[in-house]
Design a binder for this molecule. Structure first.
Ligand code: ZN
Length: 137
């Protein structure tokens, strides 16, 4: 599942980064998730919980990992209108699912709410990344 693969990537990266910085115990990790990833936060948290147990006791507890969803920003290349993914409620469930797996398919399903063109760019709201790691040396 998507969430499990992402959770594993986050934990592995955090672990490697902590080792690089000689962090013995991680006290805080901030993870930001692009809205277009359409991640199920409950599943993602559950996956993080389970996967981090593989990595000994570097993580203090469950609350160490702070998840934040970044809202998306889309901009029409034709008329210049800007909008957010959540503004479009007409997408069907299977279309949402498709964007969830491949954000690029947003272009197939979405149209500019201003002029109707599919010619827009995704300014933000994609991907999952680690914003910061804090720990005890
Ligand atoms: Zn437009």
């Amino acid at each position: 599942m998507h969430e499990w693969a992402l959770a594993e990537a986050v934990i592995v990266t955090v672990h490697q980064e902590a080792e690089k910085q000689n962090i013995k115990q991680i006290t805080k990790v901030q993870v930001r998730i692009g809205e277009l990833q359409q991640i199920d936060l409950d599943i993602f948290k559950f996956a993080l919980e389970n996967i981090k147990e593989i990595y000994d006791d570097m993580f203090l507890d469950a609350d160490v990992i702070d998840l934040e969803v970044e809202s998306s920003a889309l901009k029409c290349k034709v008329c210049g209108k800007e909008w957010e993914f959540r503004d479009l409620s007409h997408l069907k469930e299977d279309e949402n699912e498709s964007i969830h797996f491949i954000p690029e398919t947003a272009h197939v399903f979405m149209r500019c709410p201003g002029c109707g063109t599919p010619d827009f760019e995704i300014i933000k709201g994609r991907g999952v990344w680690i914003q910061s790691i804090e720990g005890v040396l």
